[in-house]
Design a protein around this ligand. Structure first.
Ligand SMILES: Cc1cc2nc3c(=O)[nH]c(=O)nc-3n(C[C@H](O)[C@H](O)[C@H](O)COP(=O)(O)OP(=O)(O)OC[C@H]3O[C@@H](n4cnc5c(N)ncnc54)[C@H](O)[C@@H]3O)c2cc1C
Length: 179
């Protein structure tokens, strides 16, 4: 049995196993850590605008994390931040607050991977019963990991979902059900 939890590479792993891909699309997302010319920022909560064009949140006493909410489609790769996305993040931040940006302390990017219908895909492939998909978590794979991993474990072991997953319908995550 193969459990395919390869993130952005999920379709590549499927092809290598002779299983048809799902059409997964990795999208790059960038975060920058800015040093700002004022203190007391550590507890600044998550702030976003009504257009959802950026968010920021406190990180250190004089630093914030800012994300331009980029969703650039890319091939699976070791993602790195592009200068334009860093600049966009700073620009949107500066338009929203009058806190002076002093420096980019850190910047990084990663991949968020989506199935064509945007839903997470957990389950055996209908055409290959020894191939289990655990992909398509998009931008929620960290926060959903405890429940998702429990669901996957129960499905792989052929066990009832149990009380912890009450109300969850495994069919909603079936790999080839498009909504
Ligand atoms: C900037 C950013 C911010 C995010 N913020 C949040 C957030 O606030 N909350 C949240 O819940 N989620 C967030 N996410 C999304 C979250 O990171 C993903 O949903 C999650 O990482 C997906 O987990 P995964 O294990 O499926 O894939 P990944 O974390 O991508 O792991 C897949 C792993 O498989 C490995 N792999 C691939 N191919 C092979 C192979 N052939 N053999 C062996 N290993 C292989 C890869 O190297 C990789 O380590 C964010 C993502 C980004 C980029």
């Amino acid at each position: 049995m193969i459990v395919n939890a390869a993130g952005a590479w999920g379709d590549d792993v499927a092809r290598r196993a002779g299983v048809a891909p799902l059409g997964l699309q990795p999208k790059r997302r960038t975060v920058v850590q800015l040093r700002v010319g004022r203190g007391g920022l550590r507890d600044v909560p998550f702030v976003t605008d009504s257009h959802e064009s950026f968010y920021f949140k406190g990180e250190g006493d004089r630093s914030v994390w800012v994300c331009p909410l980029d969703e650039t489609p890319v091939d699976p790769c070791d993602a790195a931040p592009e200068e334009i996305d860093v600049a966009t993040a700073i620009d949107r931040f500066e338009r929203a607050v009058d806190w002076p940006v002093e420096a980019v302390e850190r910047k990084w990017a990663g991949l968020r991977t989506f199935a064509p219908d945007g839903r997470m895909k957990f389950g055996f492939d209908p055409d290959e019963p020894t191939f289990f998909w655990c992909v398509g978590q998009g931008g929620m794979g960290i926060q959903t990991a405890p429940a998702a991993s429990l669901l996957c474990a129960r499905l792989i072991l052929g066990q009832p979902l149990g009380r912890e997953l009450e109300g969850i319908n495994a069919a909603d995550f079936a790999p080839r059900s498009l909504r």
